[in-house]
Design a protein around this ligand. Sequence first.
Ligand SMILES: Cc1cc2nc3c(=O)[nH]c(=O)nc-3n(C[C@H](O)[C@H](O)[C@H](O)COP(=O)(O)OP(=O)(O)OC[C@H]3O[C@@H](n4cnc5c(N)ncnc54)[C@H](O)[C@@H]3O)c2cc1C
Ligand code: FES
Length: 244
Amino acid sequence: MKQTSFKVLSNEKIAQNVYKMVLTGDTSAITSPGQFVNLLVDSCFLRRPISVCDVNDSELTLVYKVVGAGTKLMSKASAGDEFDTLTGLGNGYDLTKSGKTPLLLGGGVGVPPLYMLAKKLINEGKKVSVVLGFNTKSEVFYEDEFRALGSDVTVATADGSYGVKGFVTDALPDDYSYFYTCGPEPMLRAVFRTTSTSGQFSFEERMGCGFGACMGCSCKTVTGYKRICKEGPVLEKEEILWED
Ligand SMILES: Cc1cc2nc3c(=O)[nH]c(=O)nc-3n(C[C@H](O)[C@H](O)[C@H](O)COP(=O)(O)OP(=O)(O)OC[C@H]3O[C@@H](n4cnc5c(N)ncnc54)[C@H](O)[C@@H]3O)c2cc1C
Ligand code: FES
């Protein structure tokens, strides 16, 4: 983990209530797709965790949905504004288990971390399939970006206004070697029930400190309690215990 300042280069709306923010700063602590950063947003007591969507030596891309006060303030930021940021948080996805034909399943704001993951897997020569799920057509984002990477992309919308009608689990390909997923909990539960291989789940739980100190994100797993911000947010399918 590193605490540093990131300066906004751009901040644009890319779908209904969804923004893409590109920042510049020290990205050296970010080592794996699925990690997140924790931004200090003016007047908000708790930092706001956002997944790394993409990163290079000096730039960080975040894609976020405006849901409350913190993300509303983020959407008002413009070029030159700065955010005090904790970077390199969380474990990230383990790419070594992907096999040759991994499947990536993202729902809503669970889509962004899968972009960096797809990029890395494709760079390793994997044949990547991606299923992106949204409520409705106006909320769809990053379909073209995933396709430009060279992945096979299917979009599902719950209301059928675009792509396959239904949820990501209604658009699963027949064959895949392994899966990686991120999205709202009902979607993750459905993915858990429907998938036929092992896989990894990223949980975007509500958080306190974001770096392992408060235990506010602790959850029970097959191998004992884990802090989603520190030993997660990525958990293996086999270690997940769903609480009713
Ligand atoms: C590891 C991690 C990665 C994340 N990555 C992204 C991302 O890439 N893009 C993105 O848009 N969002 C992401 N989130 C969710 C994001 O952190 C929250 O949406 C944000 O903190 C809300 O702040 P706010 O002040 O706008 O809303 P608040 O005023 O804090 O809350 C507004 C509403 O949203 C609900 N809410 C807030 N946070 C969450 C959450 N984590 N899960 C479910 N409901 C929540 C609240 O219950 C409330 O109903 C991530 C969360 C975690 C823990
Ligand atoms: S949010 Fe504090 S320990 Fe995870």
